[in-house]
Design a protein. Structure first.
Length: 470
């Protein structure tokens, strides 16, 4: 057996939780049925991209090249700023159904490059323009085009003219199931030196707010004493325990809360905390120093790297997310482990990808496992607080309308992961059912094999799962 096959067997036999951590964040949580609390069912407009940086999600989280635990309590993803954009680049931007002349569409360039089924190795690429990202231009131009015209894409805006962009590679390698090495490589493809703000971000999904649940204990992030030339965050959760995020170098760490900025979105209501979800954005973009917590604690935090990359050059940032404190988180074995996990990935796929397929087809088989989501199907806990809605939605949403089909489900189902190609666009939570009673169910759709996995393989590598209402 290859090393990856051994890990798969250990996960199957419950000997080691190799799949506890993986790429389970949604690509886009905003503007979906999962975050629609309206009475009209207009998910595209009810929770917009503009609101996403300021409004706490309920059913899941999104992020660039992100990972989380299998119940999505603790999340990690990348945020970027080129010094020109009006907001941090924290998530994928796209058009809603009414904005695109050909319907809903993402306007970004990102690539899932590699992964093993246990996520022991993963690689992701995001292409970030050095010019200001043309948010308004993309919306306005596409909205004014007819269905007979081509879509107006990011490349058409001139954002990448002169090769003035960054290639941002994000790699993950697991030293053990709960010891995850992270390597971010920023490549300047442009002809001149350029500056980039890189903000690796750690946060807890908000499942403690009164309108979401009645969790007795709120999780916390706080800065802790770190090894030499390292910044460290301790993340403590009542179910997960304590994890540590180590960031190479003495960099500032910014803290806020993953709470809705009501004063921006719903001015008639005060904020529940002086530090809110977009606090780090407001600090970096607008210099509002009072928007991050000087006590260095909260439920959302980011290490703030400000790097200058020469033309055609690259810089590497190293981080480590682990359950144990480490005196030397970035020792000589750090890069060695990445090379080892990549060799193991090659060895594994050499045994499962047919020799008859082309190199491109083989890459597709390796890559599609990166696209994965978590379905939180813990029915009874969800049902208990399901009708507790945020005050901003209470007046607009009839009390009799169920929040999700599993509110009425009598069964208790564990959280699980499902490949996005099988459940298009699904992430944590489920869409609203049609009017009237209904219940949710999982049904085996077809047998599959871990060879069909790619960067983000299904949680149960030997089966595919379909979610349906019946």
């Amino acid at each position: 057996m290859s090393e990856e096959e051994k890990r798969l067997q250990e996960a199957k036999d419950s000997k080691a939780p190799w799949k506890k951590w993986g790429p389970y964040l949604s690509e886009r949580q905003w503007g979906t049925v999962r975050e629609d609390y309206s009475d009209s069912g207009d998910a595209w407009n009810y929770f917009s991209h503009d609101q996403a940086r300021s409004r706490a999600y309920r059913w899941g989280e999104d992020g660039l090249a992100g990972i989380s635990d299998d119940e999505q309590h603790l999340c990690f993803a990348l945020a970027l700023w080129n010094g020109k954009d009006p907001i941090l680049k924290e998530r994928i931007f796209g058009l809603t159904n009414s904005e695109g002349n050909h319907g809903e569409d993402v306007k970004e360039y990102y690539f899932y490059l590699d992964s093993t089924p246990t996520h022991s190795y993963m690689k992701y690429l995001y292409k970030y323009p050095q010019k200001a990202y043309p948010y308004a231009d993309l919306v306005d131009t596409n909205k004014n085009r007819t269905r007979n015209e081509m879509e107006y894409e990011l490349l058409d805006t001139g954002a990448f003219d002169g090769d003035r962009y960054f290639d941002v590679f994000v790699e993950y390698a697991k030293a053990s199931p709960e010891d995850i090495l992270i390597r971010i490589t920023v490549c300047n493809r442009g002809p001149e030196t350029a500056e980039l703000h890189v903000l690796p971000t750690l946060w807890f999904r908000n499942d403690w707010s009164e309108w979401i649940s009645r969790r007795a204990e709120k999780p916390s992030l706080k800065q802790v004493e770190e090894p030499a030339d390292t910044s460290a965050i301790a993340a403590t959760h009542p179910e997960l325990g304590t994890y540590y995020l180590y960031a190479e170098g003495k960099v500032p760490v910014l803290f806020t809360e993953n709470e809705t900025n009501n004063e921006r979105l719903f001015p008639e209501h005060p904020n529940m905390s002086p530090y809110v979800k977009d606090g780090i954005n407001n600090f970096v973009i607008d210099g509002q120093r009072d928007k991050v917590n000087p006590a260095l604690m909260g439920t959302k935090a980011a290490a703030h790297y400000r790097i200058t990359v020469g033309a055609g050059k690259e810089q590497v940032i190293k981080l480590r997310l682990t359950t144990g404190s480490s005196p030397k988180p970035f020792g000589q074995d750090f890069d060695t482990l990445f090379a080892e996990r990549l060799r193991e990935a090659d060895a594994f796929y050499a045994t499962v990808i047919p020799s008859s397929v082309s190199a491109d087809e083989g890459n597709v088989m390796r890559q599609h496992a990166l696209v994965q989501a978590v379905l939180l199907l813990r029915c009874r806990p969800v049902a208990r607080g399901a009708r507790r809605r945020p005050f901003q939605a209470q007046a607009a949403r009839p009390a009799q309308r169920p929040l999700a089909p599993h509110v009425q489900c009598g069964d208790y189902l564990d959280a699980g992961q499902v490949g996005i190609p099988l459940v298009c666009g699904m992430g944590p939570g489920l869409p609203h059912p049609p009017a009237g009673p209904g219940r949710c169910g999982l049904r085996q759709a077809a047998a599959g094999s871990h060879a069909q996995g790619g960067l983000f393989a299904p949680q149960r590598a030997t089966s595919r799962v379909r979610v349906e209402l019946r």
